[in-house]
Design a protein around this ligand. Structure first.
Ligand SMILES: [Zn+2]
Length: 770
């Protein structure tokens, strides 16, 4: 069966006597209605392109970034849970500006005794707190965890004046640091390490009562250079806890001294493996380097359990070197089990590594390194080959936190080793997510302090793809014939948030400190937006190429939101300003509905619409040249008797005959012959424009799927009417049948309206069934 949609466009042309602005007549006339607002270009919202950042979304010819190199000696006092450090920072000023001072970040100062961070929330009594959080908030003395700065000196040993402002420290320079010059200075510091299981600190220790040991996951532990760039000057947003980090790239040489019975891993390449590994560990490591299909245990559970029973007073120094990283983290404990395997990426091998206390088993030895390896492969295929030599997943209770080459992850089985599906999937997902952060923001180094979504949203989107790949790669790990149960990414998953109370929803383009619901705001919604963009708006081919272009343009650089938005359009030739505007700059939601369907027949006398048009303008009907009209059936759906002769579907006169005066025989033979005409009116109460995906069902049983481009909403974002013609009678209209668009209300998506079974009916049926 064939349906004609546009045949009349050319036929009408022959008859055209009056030019009509048909759309303008029927569309809204309310005051304040901005016809093109949803599709207006984002010139007012976007920063103006310049020589640092091009209009294409690529780094401009004058793009620069600062460099901060660190040489550090770190000492852990395991007995007292204290950490000491001395560091030499060499700062290279690649900017065109001379700098009178340098800003250094002191993130641990969020935990000074008098920190205002604990006083930042004014939302009153919470719905509820976890016991740990409650104890932390109301039942303990506030912990003294801020930096103690011993000195800040230049290389000649001369003290440099400095001023601490909460989590930032300004170091005043003797003379301005000229563009292109370097400055080296030394800082000595220490602080008390917090128990990270209290108040969910991003780093610290977990104490294990049974054996009296701590497992440390240490980060934000040294004074770190703030970012200075063409967008913000010095980054000057304090660390309040939610907005994460903004850091320049640099090279690190870090020597970490810990008890001799500790196992340690961190950012960078170990420089003195033979000094810190046993012989057994060395030979297992050599095997792991050649093991591509499964991990090799480097430190066994038995060895870790034996180490737990002691407490060495001797020390060992682990020496790590990292190139081109934006941060440094490490984990250390005598409790750690350790495994590794090789992953082939391009023509290089990368090590996938896991470190976990026995409390993580049996889950961790089964899944952690598997998940690390899969993540590196999956993310590399969508961006660039993972450039670092290793990626480590460390098990730490309740943690999900990322650093270059290393991250902390939750997922702890019950004491007896059993675990729920929820724990298992939670663990695999968090590992994929945190290892994935190596790409965004550790390498594609966006400003997390300002834009949580640029790393969390992109990463959660990539996580969704990797999780689905995990399910396909390890079907035995998930339920039979099921997809991996991703928590975020599927359009339907974001509906509860987007349909929620607007007073607690902010646009994605918000600072992470300023939003009520950071999870859906910075993770779920952008991930869904990108997923829909890929699957439904752009298609995989265009999306994947553009996304990869963004990743490759900005790896080892500092992109802004505009760099992302512009690159996605530049590399695909898809104007997406309307999409960024709707999904990222507003809290509009998707709700598309079938409003009305009217049936029409073909006629050669002016229809009601034309009559009204002529009357309004005082044009006599006789002025019209012959035209074809679609006339609406009367309200009862019956045909006006005097018009019956004109109805090709109802009489012996065919549509072709009806048209014949104006067509040659050849033209008539080539024209298809629809019998039914409908005007289907759709509306969009949510206001977020989307492709309108419609499934039409006809009386002859055929089904037609039409995807109208989002541009149908460009002149009127509230309502559009589409004319369809068919050889069979229309029986059903269904919007978004596969639930691709995150439409928040599907009860208005169908014609005829689908009866919604009430809960009461369902309950009754349930009772009957028993
Ligand atoms: Zn994250």
């Amino acid at each position: 069966m064939i349906r004609v949609k546009y045949a009349f466009a050319s036929i009408l042309f022959l008859f055209a006597a009056v030019s009509f602005a048909q759309e303008a007549v029927t569309k809204e006339k309310e005051p304040g209605h901005y016809n093109q607002s949803k599709f207006k270009q984002l010139y007012e919202e976007f920063a103006t392109p310049n020589t640092y950042r091009s209009a294409s979304g690529a780094p401009g010819p004058d793009y620069y970034q600062q460099q901060a190199d660190y040489v550090m000696d770190i000492r852990l006092d395991d007995k007292n849970a204290k950490i000491f450090g001395t560091e030499t920072i060499t700062y290279t000023n690649n900017s065109p500006d001379d700098l009178e001072y340098l800003w250094v970040q002191l993130d641990q100062n969020i935990r000074t005794k008098d920190s205002k961070a604990a006083l930042k929330n004014g939302s009153g009594i919470p719905l509820g707190d976890s016991p740990e959080k409650f104890v932390g908030n109301y039942m303990t003395e506030s912990f003294d965890g801020g930096f103690n700065i011993d000195y800040v000196k230049d290389n000649s040993g001369k003290a440099l004046p400095y001023t601490v402002n909460f989590t930032m420290m300004r170091v005043d320079l003797p003379t301005p640091l000229k563009s292109g010059d370097k400055f080296s200075f030394d800082i000595k510091w220490d602080y008390n390490i917090p128990d990270h299981t209290v108040n969910r600190a991003r780093s610290g220790f977990e104490y294990f009562e049974e054996d009296g040991n701590r497992a440390y996951v240490i980060a934000q532990f040294f004074p770190r250079m703030a970012v200075y760039n063409d967008v913000e000057g010095w980054q000057n947003h304090q660390f309040w806890g939610n907005g994460e980090f903004a850091l320049p790239f640099g090279n690190y040489e870090v020597n970490i001294t810990v008890p001799a019975d500790h196992i340690l891993d961190g950012t960078g390449v170990l420089q003195n493996r033979k000094e810190v590994y046993t012989k057994a560990m060395m030979s297992r490591y050599e095997q792991a380097k050649k093991s591509y299909d499964k991990p090799v245990i480097i430190v066994t559970q038995a060895e870790a359990e034996a180490a737990e029973k002691g407490f060495s007073d001797k020390t060992k120094t682990w020496k790590l070197k990292a190139e081109n990283v934006r941060d440094f983290g490490f984990a250390t404990s005598r409790k750690f089990i350790w495994d590794m395997q090789a992953v082939r990426l391009g023509n290089r091998d990368v090590m996938a590594v896991s470190m976990y206390p026995k409390e993580g088993n049996p889950l961790w030895e089964e899944y952690s390194t598997k998940a690390v390896a899969l993540t590196l492969k999956s993310y590399s295929s969508h961006t660039f080959d993972y450039p670092y030599p290793k990626a480590i997943s460390v098990h730490a209770k309740n943690q999900g936190m990322e650093y270059p080459m290393i991250c902390w992850n939750y997922g702890r089985p019950n004491k007896d080793g059993t675990y729920s599906d929820r724990t298992k999937y939670g663990m695999i997902s968090v590992i994929i997510h945190e290892v994935g952060h190596n790409f965004f923001p550790m390498i594609v180094n966006s400003d997390e302090r300002q834009w949580g979504w640029m790393d969390e949203g992109l990463d959660t989107f990539m996580q969704y793809m990797a999780e689905q790949e995990f399910g396909e790669t390890y079907p035995e790990a998930i339920a039979p014939n099921a997809k991996y149960p991703s928590r975020r990414g599927d359009p339907a998953k974001i509906v509860p948030y987007m349909s929620g109370d607007q007073s607690t929803i902010s646009p994605i383009m918000s600072n992470p400190e300023n939003v009520y619901q950071l999870g859906p705001n910075a993770y779920g919604k952008p991930a869904t937006a990108l997923n829909i963009l890929r699957e439904t708006v752009m298609g995989r081919e265009l999306f994947d190429h553009a996304f990869k272009t963004y990743a490759q343009r900005w790896k080892f650089k500092h992109p802004t939101p505009e760099d992302f938005f512009r690159t996605m359009e530049d590399a695909s030739a898809v104007d997406l300003d309307w999409y960024w505007r709707g999904w990222f700059y507003t809290t509009d939601y998707v709700d598309m509905a079938v409003k009305d369907i009217k049936k029409y027949y073909v006629s050669d006398t002016p229809n009601k619409k034309m009559k009204a048009y002529l009357a309004e303008r005082g044009i006599p009907e006789s002025n019209l040249r012959p035209m074809v009209y679609l006339e609406e059936y009367d309200d009862s759906g019956m045909i006006a008797p005097e018009l019956k002769d004109n109805l090709p579907s109802e009489t012996s006169k065919t549509l072709k005959e009806f048209m014949m005066d104006n067509m040659t025989a050849a033209e008539r033979a080539a024209v298809k012959e629809p019998k039914y005409f409908y005007e289907v009116t759709y509306n969009s109460p949510g206001g977020l424009p989307m492709p309108l995906i419609v499934e039409y069902t006809y009386a002859d049983g055929s089904v037609e799927n039409v995807t109208y481009p989002p541009e149908i909403w460009r002149k009127n974002s509230k309502e559009v009417s589409m004319v369809i013609s068919s050889t069979s009678e229309l029986k059903g209209v269904n919007i978004d049948p596969k639930m691709e668009t995150a439409d928040i209300d599907t009860t208005n998506n169908s014609w005829p309206k689908k009866e919604q079974e009430s809960d009461f009916d369902k309950m009754k049926e349930g009772i009957k069934g028993k």
